[in-house]
Design a binder for this molecule. Structure first.
Ligand SMILES: [Zn+2]
Length: 470
């Protein structure tokens, strides 16, 4: 049986605010358990929440970057459920009037994945399970959380992966979140169902949780597609449940049957009165949104003549893209800069496990090195070694070239003498070349290179040898 896969994604990101959503506690990661709490985020009787203005600004900024409609009326609701990490027994969230709705993200295929809503809520605390007990840390309780819900427009694990990658990149570009899945500042849940090809009605969905990377999301979805298809082929019913991804066994395991919205008894939060947001406030935030990744890639292709591939790789790292632009201001051939950044510089980044900023390689110094290659002062190969030395020492290319005597020898007198020696010592190759074997010339060039200890300019050597062997 052929099935169509239908996937919807729910992404939660921690907003980069200094304090929590409804109290003044710090949001700093990695502090002692329960050291960042107060009566509000511990849900003590009589305490009252106050909305963090910055959290609201970052929510609106995200909504605008995702092309959502921002609703200028803000209302919070209580989502009621009992769990040890939720001291109030309800979470402040938004139910029927989210701050924003109807956005989209475009995939490389041109397909538009609609965003149903993006709303602001608070996070719960964290449970730490030990062998025979469980501990609770309320530092995370009340952290501002943005929930971004897609429409079920995604039809494969690959599309889900691309949607998530694009979304994360946008969030990083606009600076609203670190989006670090390992620290839990970005989390993703996936709803997935199968239906017979051509069916209009959606199949029964399951919800997948506990994936700690985008790769894990893709794997969990693929597992679930296979599991559901097999069940449907055997005439079994799919049970609507919430399933945890077990990354080690690479399976999903049923955790509980899925709740419906009415199970949460949503009602308006009485401690936070609804209010309207002035259009002026939204317009101000709009001005803060920088050029977004896809627009940037298009500009690199159009204005700087980068290939689509290069442009799309460079924009994946905002800092690298910024660096590329700095270099492009100093040097005309952008394609050449991109070759260096995606080649030798990226290898240095990877081998040193550093970011482009941490390399401390100034854009003008990289451009200086590229210009030395253009002038044939050094070969491409030597330039790569010089790059390593530049990063180690912080010195410029020209300083290293003169210090280490790495400049190529292009002096025809000196090279002519070495060429004569090579011709004398390798009569067989000379004969071969004269008999039409082009490879033999390359061998002779190699001999001259060796004699010059790698400093000869191979292009000049080739010309000299050709001249002498005419
Ligand atoms: Zn607090």
């Amino acid at each position: 049986m052929q099935y169509e896969t239908v996937i919807g994604l729910e992404v939660h990101v921690h907003l980069k605010t200094k304090t929590k959503a409804f109290c003044g506690c710090s949001t700093e990661f990695g502090q002692d358990p329960n050291s960042q709490t107060c009566p509000v985020c511990l849900g003590l009787p009589g305490s009252l929440p106050v909305l963090n203005k910055r959290a609201l600004e970052l929510t609106i900024k995200t909504a605008l970057a995702l092309d959502c409609k921002v609703n200028n009326y803000l209302k919070f609701d209580r989502k009621n459920y009992y769990y040890p990490d939720l001291p109030k027994n309800y979470q402040i969230s938004q139910y029927d009037m989210p701050i924003s709705s109807n956005g989209f993200i475009i995939l490389s295929s041109g397909k538009k994945i609609k965003i149903r809503r993006a709303h602001l809520e608070e996070d719960a605390g964290k449970l730490i399970h030990e062998t025979d007990s469980s501990l609770v840390d309320y530092n995370r309780s009340g952290m501002p959380l943005l929930e971004i819900v897609s429409e079920p427009d995604i039809n494969s694990p690959d599309e889900a992966y691309e949607y998530l990658t694009n979304l994360k990149l946008i969030l990083q570009y606009i600076g609203v979140s670190d989006c670090d899945m390992e620290k839990g500042t970005l989390r993703c849940d996936a709803n997935i169902s199968l239906r017979k090809m051509g069916d209009k009605e959606l199949g029964v969905k399951t919800e997948l949780k506990n994936m700690n990377s985008f790769k894990a999301v893709k794997e969990a979805l693929q597992f679930e597609i296979n599991r559901q298809a097999e069940a449907l082929n055997n005439g079994e019913r799919i049970i609507q449940d919430t399933r945890l991804w077990d990354g080690q066994k690479e399976i999903t395991v049923s955790m509980r049957s899925k709740e419906e919205a009415h199970d949460y008894r949503y009602f308006p939060e009485p401690d936070l009165v609804p209010f309207s947001i002035e259009q002026n406030f939204i317009d101000q935030i709009k001005k803060e949104i920088p050029e977004l990744p896809q627009a940037r890639a298009s500009r690199f292709i159009k204005d700087l003549q980068l290939s689509e591939y290069d442009a799309n790789v460079i924009i994946q790292d905002k800092a690298l893209a910024d660096y590329f632009e700095e270099c492009a201001k100093l040097y005309k051939n952008a394609k050449n800069i991109s070759n260096w950044l995606l080649g030798a510089v990226s290898s240095e980044i990877n081998s040193r496990k550093a970011s482009i900023q941490e390399l401390k390689l100034k854009p003008e110094d990289l451009v200086g090195l590229i210009e030395e290659v253009d002038k044939a002062t050094v070969s491409n190969l030597a330039a790569k070694e010089i790059l390593t030395l530049m990063i180690d020492s912080g010195k410029s290319a020209s300083a290293i070239i003169s210090e280490k005597g790495l400049a190529q020898v292009s002096d025809e007198g000196e090279l002519g003498r070495l060429a004569d020696e090579a011709i004398k010592e390798n009569s067989k190759s000379v004969e071969d070349y004269k008999a039409g074997k082009e490879n033999a010339l390359m061998f002779l060039v190699g001999q001259v290179m060796k004699k010059s200890k790698g400093k000869a300019n191979p292009k000049v050597v080739g010309e000299i040898l050709r001249g002498k062997l005419k």
